[in-house]
Design a protein around this ligand. Structure first.
Ligand code: SF4
Length: 617
């Protein structure tokens, strides 16, 4: 080894320090030939051999690189070894050895542009539909072809004419059709994924008329796999494993051996098949895959243990599956809908907080009967709103600054209007706020076919108003609304309660607060910037519980509680589905699930609630 290395060092030292490209290249070749025998590099004859080994190919290419360097010799000038190495490296980088030089036989999948001009035995052209091939060509309405011609002829700017696209497509088809030496297959779709009819390309008729081709009758490939197999049983040997399994199943054969050969989980498959059979059955009865998850011991024991909030019951009345997803599974939406403005929920909670803080501060100033002028009320409200917004911004950020400022102004205006309205209301009725965000509970006795049912309820009351003479208690619930007008559901609270749409008013009326008398009425106070009247009220009289309306509300509650106790969490699709947070987990788009959600006895019971009427009492 020492001898070898010493000789190499000696020869390196004997190299010229600098020289022309040719001189340095020759010196390098001699050095390599003396010390590193590389097949193909020194042996010129081997380069012509057709069966070159990989190493010989490399040597041969290095030799080509060195030859290219020698070609630069006439440029003259001397180089240092560093400069020569840089040049050598650059030419080496540009040299490539193809991974596989073999010509490919068999099937090639190419796009039309790549396939044109090639010669193949059989050519299958897919997508021979109108507007696909030929593509849809039309003039640019902003720069017509004649204007493009003018631009080219006067200014010399070449801008392609759009309508020339027709001729390009014809030429492309011509080249493609000439590529096939034996057979040309032109395939088009009869319909798209949505079932809309698709027209065949005009090129097909053109090819049928072309005397170069001997046209065979058009062949329609059946849409269904079973029909395809029965029309041409031999395709079973060529089907992908998944389609073969499907074919076996559709023809009633055992797909087990195919699954086993594919290494698929057969148990999972069988379970899936059994589930599919149940969920696809033609029966209006709800089953385990329709949200019927098994009843509890009894309605009374199920409800005796639990306490319900009015909104939870409203949710069940709207759609039992929504209730299941939210209250039982406690699912949270994975993707929240992106909005370019502050979500109504955020503004709603800011309105609630601002109202509470404003009233608390105003009460300290002896509002509503103290000597408080208009300006002082306004400034108190303004400061309270600013404080609430600042606290919210500190914890959750503001989002877009302009929208935040607009929201702040809107909430200030709404809260000021609510305070002014409450002042007038105080003068007319004598009710004044005494508590905010108060936790309350209650029990509602419900009639049922079996033993009496006690429904425990709880809730947080936005505001409690009290009147000393005559004594009365009013529960106020704030509602921030962004629509254009009040909905019928909010206008007639008694009817909405009977139908299960609004259960807060009747249930709040049955809740009690420590050291306060029973509520005489529940009022929804609407703060709606878009309505004709920004501040509106709807009232539910607690006395309605004692009449026919109360009995109907009790029946509605019994129905809902029984549904929850029986653990019937079926879907109940309607217009509100568009805003449902759980739509991703819902099977309402499945035809059979949707059908049962209309025809099942349980769904009919809930839908019937929505058609109930009340008489004026
Ligand atoms: S999308 Fe409609 S049916 Fe499905 S859970 Fe939501 S509300 Fe119910």
């Amino acid at each position: 080894l020492w001898e070898l290395v010493s000789r190499l060092i000696q020869d390196c030292q004997a190299l010229p320090a600098e020289g022309s490209i040719g001189t340095l290249t020759d010196a390098f070749v001699m050095l390599v030939q003396a010390h590193v025998p590389v097949a193909g590099l020194s042996d010129v004859s081997s380069r012509e051999s057709p069966e070159l080994s990989d190493l010989t190919k490399v040597g041969s290419l290095i030799r080509t690189v060195l030859d290219r360097l020698r070609e630069l010799d006439p440029l003259g000038g001397d180089l240092s070894w560093r400069e020569w190495v840089e040049l050598f490296q650059r030419v080496l980088d540009e040299t490539r050895i193809p991974i596989d030089e073999e010509r490919h036989q068999g099937v090639q999948v190419l796009d039309a542009m790549t396939a044109r001009g090639r010669t193949v035995r059989a050519l299958f052209v897919l997508g021979m539909n109108e507007k696909l091939f030929p593509r849809y060509v039309r003039e640019d309405p902003f720069l017509r072809d004649r204007q493009r011609v003018v631009l080219e002829s006067t200014l010399g700017y070449k801008i392609d004419e759009k309508l020339a696209g027709h001729e390009e497509e014809v030429l492309l088809f011509e080249l493609l059709s000439r590529s096939a030496t034996n057979r040309l297959y032109l395939l088009y779709q009869r319909a798209d994924e949505a079932g809309r009819v698709m027209a065949p390309s005009g090129f097909i008729a053109m090819a049928m008329r072309d005397p170069r081709f001997v046209a065979t009758p058009e062949e329609a490939v059946p849409r269904r796999l079973t029909q395809r197999i029965s029309a041409q049983p031999s395709i079973q040997d060529l089907l992908p494993a998944e389609e073969l399994t499907l074919g076996c199943l559709l023809q009633g054969h055992d797909a087990g051996p195919v699954l086993e050969a594919m290494g698929r989980d057969q148990r999972l498959f069988e379970q899936g098949l059994a589930t599919l059979k149940i969920s696809e059955r033609e029966s209006p009865e709800l089953g385990p895959f329709d949200g019927i998850i098994g009843a509890q011991a009894s309605t009374s024991s199920a409800t005796a243990r639990r306490s319900f909030s009015p909104t939870a019951l409203e949710r069940y009345a709207t759609c039992p599956f929504q209730y299941f997803a939210d209250k039982v599974l406690r699912l949270e939406p994975v993707r929240r809908i992106q909005q370019d403005h502050l979500p109504p929920l955020t503004i709603g909670s800011l309105v609630h907080e601002s109202l509470r803080l404003s009233y608390e501060r105003l009460l300290l100033l002896k509002w509503p009967d103290g000597p408080l002028d208009e300006a002082r009320v306004q400034s108190t409200v303004h400061e309270a709103v600013l404080d609430r917004f600042a606290a919210h911004a500190a914890s959750q950020g503001t989002g877009h600054a302009l929208l935040w400022t607009l929201a702040c102004e809107q909430v200030t205006e709404l809260v000021a209007a609510a305070v002014a309205s409450d002042q007038a209301e105080y003068l007319a009725t004598g009710f004044r706020p005494v508590a905010f965000e108060a936790a309350a509970q209650g029990i509602v006795q419900l009639e049922s076919d079996g033993p009496a049912v006690s429904l425990k309820i709880h809730g947080t009351l936005d505001r409690v108003d009290y009147r000393s003479e005559p004594p009365a208690l009013r529960i106020v619930d704030y509602k921030f609304k962004q629509g254009n007008e009040i909905s019928p559901v909010d206008r007639n609270l008694a009817l909405s309660a009977v139908r299960g749409f609004r259960l807060q008013p009747p249930l709040y009326a049955r809740m009690t607060l420590p050291s306060l008398p029973a509520a005489t009425e529940v009022q929804l106070l609407f703060l709606a910037p878009q309505w004709k009247q920004q501040i509106s009220r709807s009232t539910f009289e607690a006395g309605l519980w004692t009449g026919q309306t109360g009995a109907l509300i009790g029946q509605t509650l019994t129905t809902l509680i029984q549904g929850i106790a029986n653990r019937e969490f079926f879907i109940l699709p309607d217009g509100y589905c568009d805003y449902c947070e759980f739509t991703g987990a819902c099977r309402r788009h499945d035809a059979m699930a949707w059908w049962r959600s209309y025809r099942s006895p349980q769904a009919r019971v809930l839908r019937k609630l929505r058609k109930q009427k009340v008489q004026d009492e």
